[in-house]
Design a protein around this ligand. Structure first.
Ligand code: ADP
Length: 508
């Protein structure tokens, strides 16, 4: 068994804070790294030690492999946790970490490389009898190849995807033959620009699927378990925004089947540590492997809440060489957990990132609430990094209470100075399709524009506008009293939902 006394976290933001918390509970010292603009960020202040590793641009700091390893060695850390994003799925980084005599808290580099290629992972899954979305196994060289591939899967619609894809980039939906050549070239171009690799392939486009993923965990001794599913169908730009565990529509039999397939996938690639097998779940109940994420997932807290587990603790135990402390039969879920991603985005303007300073922030609290946040009042949301600033997670004994609790918490969330996804989340949770569980990945396209049209009337909005203007003039960051009230108006009147509704209407 290896010993770990000190861990360097090669990341920033909420996930670094999250990892530091578990390390502290385990008596492990932590080392943070930061870019010049993150000098006063919560992850830096919370760590036992912190080192500046370069300029704001990720290539000069959070992606600088040599620098990060140098800091790990200098500080005496025995292990590196990559978090998610940045270097988390970079096989070269995992290799460099091991070659430097350090422990990489994650799977081995070969698994990361295999799963990093959508085409290679599809081949591996087909070989392991895991159902994949119908499509091509190999890269498509020309529009002519693409045409043949479409014929082979019985026609349109199809999705052109980048083999090296991630973050929803490099994907093009093609509805008919006339669109194929242009979409093929555009996807190739975007893939080259985003990933330095223009390999693309084709999948059948499943029109209204659910995105259901299975958390898996595997130790170095050949034991692997699945830790239930997460429902992640509420997405914009192919990126998740609300997640839930368990799914309200997956039956115990399907859960068992999908879980078994995910474990099969893990064994097939010699998986070690925490990972996620993503599936598309079609209306007829069939499901298809989409990809495997070889890291801790953003939405891991909903799994933790329902299973009473700490996935980061398990990751560290596994990296040390310990065996899984439970068997599949011992995994017993309790209650329901929902996560809303609080992103700095303008939901009324196509979810574009919203940068700037957080003038005022007060987090929700009370029964069943967990906030994993990487910012505080006066933090600057930088255009250099992703737009997620926090995750609001609730747990309750049943789904109805979880929904009510999440709504209550979203309304308690005070954040002024940037636009956030809170208004969208509130509206989504209120939607009948969310309540009955019938929502799919098409939720935003189908319902959001309509919801925008159902905003309050002009009088209410004018009232809100007046308050909003007073607040801005008085520099609310300094003036807001602790209870969040202003000029005798209750805090509820200042809710970001209403302020943002006003702004949206005014800008039309
Ligand atoms: P990325 O790695 O860029 O996140 P994924 O392959 O995980 O890409 O897909 C992201 C999302 O795109 C999925 O959750 C789903 O909403 C949509 N998607 C991907 N492939 C398909 C497909 N074949 N049919 C329909 N939707 C898809």
């Amino acid at each position: 068994m290896k010993k770990i006394h000190k861990i360097l976290i090669a990341n920033r933001g909420e996930i670094t804070v999250r990892i530091i918390r578990t390390c502290r509970e385990m008596g492990i010292k932590t080392v943070a790294v930061f870019s010049e603009v993150d000098r006063n960020a919560p992850h830096v202040l919370l760590a036992d030690e912190a080192y500046c590793i370069g300029a704001a641009a990720p290539a000069e700091s959070y992606l600088n492999i040599n620098k990060i390893i140098e800091v790990a060695q200098k500080s005496g850390a025995e292990a590196i946790h990559p978090g998610y994003g940045f270097l988390a799925e970079n096989a070269g980084f995992a290799t460099a970490v091991s070659e430097a005599g350090l422990i990489f808290i994650g799977p081995n580099p070969d698994t990361i490389a295999l799963m990093g290629s959508k085409t290679e992972s599809r081949k591996a899954m087909i070989a392991a009898n895991v159902p994949v979305v119908p499509g091509t196994k190999d890269a498509l060289a020309s529009p002519e190849d693409a045409r043949k591939a479409v014929d082979a899967i019985n026609g349109y619609p199809v999705l052109i995807k980048a083999a090296a894809g991630g973050g929803g980039k490099g994907m093009r939906i093609v509805k008919n033959a006339g669109e194929l050549e242009r979409a093929f070239l555009a996807a190739k171009n975007e893939a080259l620009k985003s990933f330095g690799d223009d390999t693309v392939y084709i999948e059948k486009y499943i029109e209204a699927p659910k995105h259901i993923e299975i958390q898996i965990i595997a130790d170095q001794h050949g034991n692997a378990c699945h830790l239930l599913e997460r429902e992640c169908s509420i997405q914009r730009r192919h990126q998740k925004i609300i997640e839930e565990c368990p799914s309200s529509v997956i039956s115990p039999e399907t859960r068992e089947k999908m879980g078994a397939v995910a474990v099969q996938a893990a064994h097939a690639c010699g998986y070690v540590n925490a990972g996620t097998v993503e599936f598309l779940y079609d209306t007829d109940g069939s499901f298809y492997f989409l990809e495997m994420n070889t890291r801790l997932q953003v939405e891991h807290p909903v799994t933790e809440e329902v299973l009473g587990l700490d996935l980061v603790r398990l990751q560290i135990m596994i990296a040390k060489g310990q065996a899984l402390p439970f068997t599949q039969a011992e995994i017993q879920p309790e209650g329901v957990s929902i996560e809303c991603r609080i992103n700095a985005e303008d939901v009324f303007n196509n979810f574009v990132p919203s940068t700037g300073k957080i003038a005022h922030m007060r987090l929700p609290a009370g029964p069943g609430i967990r906030v994993d946040s990487g910012v505080r009042s006066h933090s600057e949301i930088s255009p250099f990094y992703d737009s997620m600033v926090a995750k609001l997670v609730v747990w309750a004994p049943n789904r109805e209470t979880a929904l009510a609790r999440m709504k209550r918490a979203l309304l308690e969330y005070e954040i002024i100075g940037i636009d956030t996804t809170i208004p969208f989340c509130l509206a989504a949770l209120d939607h009948p399709a969310f309540h009955d569980g019938s929502f799919t990945t098409q939720f935003v396209d189908l319902y959001w524009a309509k919801l925008l049209d159902e905003m309050p009337d002009e009088t209410t909005l004018a009232e809100i506008a007046a308050i909003s203007i007073v607040l801005h003039e008085e520099e609310l960051s300094e003036k807001l009293p602790d209870d969040g009230s202003q000029n005798g108006k209750p805090a509820e009147v200042l809710s970001p939902w209403k302020l943002q509704q006003y702004r949206a209407l005014r800008s039309r």
